[in-house]
Design a protein around this ligand. Structure first.
Ligand code: ATP
Ligand code: MG
Length: 612
């Protein structure tokens, strides 16, 4: 059967494609939308060692994409070759593929892009004159001298102008631009030390100066508050080392857009690894929510195949399951609560709020004035006495399984810690909302803090901190508080009076079914003494002896000691409260699992006011 020069066999419809058409078909695998062009060009810039990459768009990339870098640039011969198929400086032999350390290696991206656009590359190594290479729709390359600073600029005009079917698939400018922002953000997270900028028509969509480390880059990308809720990941197991950051489950987004995963520095879309992330957060998240994550998986390049797909975004591990498990374990370890969470505010040596609270400048909120006696140290039990009394009580009531004796500090450990917090250094109280919420400003955001829950946290910390000898003293009430109980309650109350004394309640029978309370733990003085007494009694009755009972009683005391919604606080009171709250052991966790604060970014404010 004869085959003519054009590859057409007589009698059949089978033909060898014209090289330009073949290139356009192949290009479909590498570039399917403007975002993939940007990804390829930016990866080339990163491979060339750029410290700054700028991207300019026209119409979401459909009419115009310009990527400029300050990398190595190319000499004339290299520039001319770079647009030819299978021309690459990055590998020489198939064996090199096994250990490839660059992002590109297929020698396909530039020819593919140049075959479906009006393409112009200008480059210079910084020595001698620069070079310009122009290719229109995959035709002959025109090479000419041109001036350019060290580095490379690539202009891609009218993408897919000669492939109408592909062009028809482009979404609107906004959607294409969003895809570009997302891709560039992932690349920026995977390469924190490089500066990135994305703009269109004079408007800046991304502006990321070179960051000193990944945390700084995450703060640039997600905002300081979200970045602060991210925990360091540092994990090694078998063939895999996983590092980066993972957000606490309280901080989530509606898509995976803020989850960046790279393998040996290459940003990838690897299902197996994403599933590992999901495994780690399973049961802590509502479905469809994704916490920001930035992870790099290091593995011997021989154990991962990066040449599975033309976009090089899909990778295959020789041990897929082990890779997924390593990611899951790494994230899980990072987000699990640890007493010394690295970003927790440092504990202040003293307790400023509680001191303030009982100093002369503290005026008890309305309704409780006049009930607090002067402190009478002679009457008050010394802290040690209460600590010792409680220890004795434990000894007597310790159930066998509790014999190991947990430290009080662990009694309220409620892992995992829930959310982001203002920074104690930069937080500034700016006012109170509806006598219930403290407004705290820090650069770029506003925090709304539930004053009752925050104060409860502080007090509970203090009550459970017996180890340090900070247990509050008892304080005599100037006017004893009389509590009316039902006859049944009164009967059992008598039984528990001795135990309640350990928690500072000095009470005596005052009538057939009432009790008179003459002293309480000092945090409770001037607060809801009767309520605390009744609930502490119920807690004592309702819980078996041991730590759980103590936890319960102390939580009751903390709750009734804390300022309430509706208590107007002065500026110094709010400042002291916020300071000691942020210095407490678990500032993000309310004893009952409720939220303590939430955050409003200045961007959100600007958006509401139509400024963006
Ligand atoms: N911004 C740039 N700065 C310096 N050299 C570049 C730049 N862009 C491309 N090159 C050179 O041109 C060659 C071809 O680039 P191209 O992206 O087509 O292939 P690649 O990066 O080698 O492989 P891949 O197709 O996997 O991306 C590169 O190997 C590199 O030597
Ligand atoms: Mg490339």
């Amino acid at each position: 059967m004869g085959v003519d020069a054009k590859g057409s066999a007589s009698g059949t419809g089978v033909r060898v494609l014209d090289p330009i058409v073949a290139q356009q078909v192949a290009a479909g695998e590498v570039v399917d939308r403007p975002a993939s062009v940007v990804k390829e060009l930016v990866e080339n810039a990163l491979d060339a060692g750029a410290s700054r990459v700028e991207v300019e768009l026209g119409d979401g990339g459909a009419t115009h994409i310009l990527v400029r870098d300050d990398g190595s640039g190319m000499a004339l011969e290299d520039a001319a070759l770079s647009v030819l198929r299978h021309a690459t400086s990055k590998i020489r032999t198939a064996k090199d593929l096994e250990t490839v350390g660059t992002l590109g290696f297929r020698g396909e991206a530039l020819p593919s892009i140049a075959s479906v656009s009006s393409f112009c590359l200008t480059t210079s190594t910084g020595e001698g004159s620069g070079t310009k290479v122009v290719v229109d729709g995959g035709g002959e390359a025109e090479v000419s001298p041109a001036s350019h600073p060290k580095g490379t600029s690539i202009l891609v005009d009218r993408l897919f102008y000669n492939v109408p079917a592909r062009r028809a698939f482009l979404k609107g400018a906004r959607a294409e631009r969003a895809a570009i922002v997302e891709a560039l953000t992932h690349l920026a997270v995977a390469h924190p030390s490089v500066a990135f900028r994305l703009s269109e028509a004079g408007r800046e969509y991304l502006s990321l100066p070179a960051a000193k480390d990944l945390m700084e880059r995450l703060a640039q990308v997600h905002g300081v508050a979200k970045a602060r809720a991210m925990r360091r990941v540092e994990y090694e197991s078998g063939a895999f080392a996983v590092s980066g950051y993972a957000a606490l489950p309280s901080v989530t987004e509606g898509s995976r857009g803020s989850q960046t995963v790279s393998v040996n520095g290459r940003w990838v879309r690897a299902d197996g690894l994403t599933r590992g992330i999901d495994d780690a957060y399973r049961a802590t998240l509502p479905s469809g929510r994704y916490p920001p994550v930035a992870l790099d998986v290091r593995v011997d390049p021989r154990r991962v195949d990066v040449n599975v797909h033309p976009t090089k975004q899909i990778v295959r591990f020789s041990e897929e399951r082990a890779a997924r498990d390593a990611v899951a374990a790494a994230v899980r370890e990072a987000i699990e609560w640890r007493p010394s969470a690295p970003l927790a505010a440092p504990r202040p040596a003293e307790r400023p709020f509680t001191q303030e609270r009982f100093s002369p400048s503290w005026s008890p909120p309305a309704g409780s004035s006049g009930r607090v006696a002067e402190r009478r140290p002679d009457y008050a039990l010394q802290p040690r006495d209460l600590v010792e009394a409680r220890e004795r009580l434990h000894e007597a009531s310790r159930p066998p399984e509790d014999a190991g004796g947990r430290q009080p500090a662990e009694a309220f450990a409620e892992p995992p810690e829930r959310g982001a917090l203002p920074s104690s250094d930069e937080a500034r109280v700016i006012g109170q909302l509806a006598a219930g919420y403290i407004l705290v400003e820090e650069p770029g955001s506003l925090w709304v803090v539930d004053q009752h829950v925050a104060h409860e946290r502080v007090i509970l910390d203090r009550l459970t901190d017996a180890e340090e000898g900070f247990l509050p003293t008892t304080q005599a009430l100037l006017v004893p508080e009389v509590v009316e109980l039902s006859p049944g309650e009164a009967e059992s109350a008598a039984e528990y009076l001795e135990e309640l004394a350990v928690y500072g309640f000095e009470a005596e029978r005052f009538g057939p079914s009432s009790f008179r309370i003459t002293a309480v733990i000092s945090t409770l003085a001037g607060r809801d003494v009767a309520g605390a007494f009744k609930e502490a009694l119920a807690a004592a009755k309702g819980t078996g002896p041991g730590r759980r009972r103590e936890d319960h009683i102390l939580a009751t005391i903390a709750c009734h000691s804390a300022v309430k919604l509706g208590d107007k606080l002065s500026q110094p009171e709010m400042e002291a409260l916020v300071k000691s709250w942020l210095g407490s052991r678990l500032p993000a966790t309310c004893p009952h699992g409720r939220s303590i604060c939430y955050h409003i970014g200045v961007n959100e404010v600007a958006r509401k006011l139509d400024r963006r």
